[in-house]
Design a protein around this ligand. Sequence first.
Ligand SMILES: *Cc1c(COP(=O)(O)O)cnc(C)c1O
Length: 232
Amino acid sequence: MSSIGDNLESVRSRIDAACARSGRDRSEVTLIAVSKTKPVSDIREAMSCGCDTFGENKVQELRDKTAEITEPLHWHMIGHLQVNKVKYLPGMVELIHSVDNEKLALEIEKQAAKHDMVMDVLCEVNMAGEDTKFGLVPEEVPEFVKYISDHPHLRVRGLMTIAPYTDDPETNRPYFKGLKDLMEQINLSRRETDKLDILSMGMTGDFEVAIEEGATMVRVGTGIFGERDYSI
Ligand SMILES: *Cc1c(COP(=O)(O)O)cnc(C)c1O
């Protein structure tokens, strides 16, 4: 088997084990294969191993890859997003994970309206308060979620966080737990039909801990496709 196939098998069995450990149903967790910087041939290889959900962090790369790969796949925009690039996303991606300001939300609203559709989005939260990361501080999130909810072509589905890079995933456990607590707190004041139900958290270094703390989507790049080379 290819190394991508081997890697996928190993990531999947680690997801299974984390679900089993924490008493969660495996169907609650979606694996997003993060294919940024990787060639279409790698994506095709993952597809041949049963992968149908991919995450990218640049709009241009998404456009190129979705133009080349026309099979029906679930594409996710997981990276920081510039307002002027939003127009390409409706109809191309299933979920935008990285909404963290009103200007961006308004532009998604406008473009989704043009396409006569409702765009699913997550609110990005900077749980560790790192200066280098995008996302809202937790205290700002309830009001921002309310703001998004006031727009008819946006549907806020949940929260996303990028935890600090670490060699010890346990150090990120409080951030994952905090994101879940935040979602539950927000849900207290939402109608039954509008409850947030997506927690996008956990990457190659920490996805098992994230699942133990309630992740419903894990975004795994290196663990599936190997190290990225940004110099090319
Ligand atoms: C690159 C990226 C990932 C995947 O990171 P790995 O450590 O390679 O698994 C996940 N989420 C976001 C937002 C990313 O940009």
